[in-house]
Design a protein around this ligand. Structure first.
Ligand SMILES: Cc1cc2nc3c(=O)[nH]c(=O)nc-3n(C[C@H](O)[C@H](O)[C@H](O)COP(=O)(O)OP(=O)(O)OC[C@H]3O[C@@H](n4cnc5c(N)ncnc54)[C@H](O)[C@@H]3O)c2cc1C
Length: 299
């Protein structure tokens, strides 16, 4: 096995064109290899020392989050906590402090687990992934990127350089909640993200919901915005809960049966909507919502 360390995006792209695989924090790649899920690739290029991958920039109506930004930064960056709060909620739930200090948004998104925590909030915030190779740059909706558990439509020579999210409008808020059995070193049993825009009278003008760990990929709730537009969030909760349970196609495993997941995703979707609408209305609910509203594991 060979490991090279990149100092620039060009270094990375050249290595990928030569067949290397990127490694950022290594918390999926290395841990997966140690657990025998899949062996380490023959050739690795370390991307964690590329400064251009670790920036958070606001440009022309968007925020661009470098693929190498760690979860610790996502959960504490003032702009993200203020305007993209659902993403900060998700980052704050990931693993342990040491996992969050090295694990990255790019690694989370490109690993494509249906249980990834940043995926659902990114989807409700309208995020796209920017992929680059030596020959081209392209932007892809996350629904087109994730094709199955652990699978993406990215080519092996493409690096995810950043995640691009449109600026959030006034009177908007977002939240991500997950059902978990314990507080750390856990993955979502199920999870739900919501982002909503309110009218001046406090009813819902538009909204999006997405679900974690109830399908082969993170999925957006179809028809959510139409179903809740014009309603108060408190009245929309039941509608959203049954839409979520109806659209979930979970598996049964040792962490929960499909029936249990189908029920609890409705509960989580309603809670995500409630927290997002309260934030949109100006209420300060700290990150992560799970800890501050008593959702998920008690201790
Ligand atoms: C103890 C523990 C607890 C965890 N808890 C959680 C949790 O609660 N929630 C959760 O969602 N995840 C969790 N994870 C999984 C993991 O920490 C996250 O998915 C993390 O974000 C992965 O980022 P990384 O930088 O470590 O990725 P890496 O392991 O470096 O890479 C993961 C994959 O993505 C590819 N990749 C990395 N960066 C790029 C890029 N820029 N462009 C293209 N491909 C790229 C790699 O080649 C590899 O295939 C946990 C892991 C551990 C070990």
């Amino acid at each position: 096995m060979s490991l090279a360390i990149a100092n620039s995006i060009d270094d990375v792209l050249t290595a990928l064109a030569g067949g290397a695989r990127p490694i950022a924090g290594g918390t999926d790649l290395v841990v997966g290899a140690r657990q025998g899920k899949s062996p380490l690739p023959e050739s690795l290029i370390a991307i964690d020392r590329v400064p251009a991958l670790s920036t958070i920039e606001q440009t022309d109506g968007h925020v661009r989050i470098g693929a190498g930004v760690t979860h610790s930064r996502l959960m504490s960056d003032p702009l993200l906590v203020e305007r993209y709060t659902g993403l900060a909620d998700a980052a704050a739930l990931i693993g342990s402090p040491s996992t969050r200090n090295v694990g990255t948004i790019g690694g989370n998104v490109m690993n494509a687990s249906p249980a990834m925590d940043t995926g659902a909030p990114l989807m409700t915030l309208g995020a796209i992934a920017e992929l680059r190779s030596v020959s081209h740059t392209r932007q892809l909706a996350l629904s087109d990127l994730w094709t199955g558990p652990g699978q993406t439509s990215a080519n092996p020579d493409e690096l995810c350089v950043c995640i691009v999210i449109p600026q959030t409008p006034a009177y908007s808020g977002s939240a991500y909640v997950r059902l978990e059995y314990r507080r750390a070193m856990e993955i979502a049993v199920v999870g739900a993200a919501a982002s909503v825009v309110l009218t001046e009278d406090g009813t819902i003008a538009s909204g999006r919901l997405a679900m974690t760990a109830v399908a082969p990929t993170i999925v957006e709730l179809v028809g959510a915005s139409e179903a809740m537009t014009g309603m108060a969030a408190v009245d929309a909760a039941d509608v959203i809960a049954s839409l979520a349970s109806d659209q979930a196609v979970p598996i049964s495993d040792l962490r929960g049966s499909d029936r249990y997941r189908r029920h609890t995703i409705g509960v989580m979707a309603a809670r995500a909507l409630d927290a997002a609408a309260r934030r949109a209305g100006g209420e300060r609910i700290g990150v992560p919502v799970n800890r501050n509203l008593g959702i998920g594991a008690a201790r």
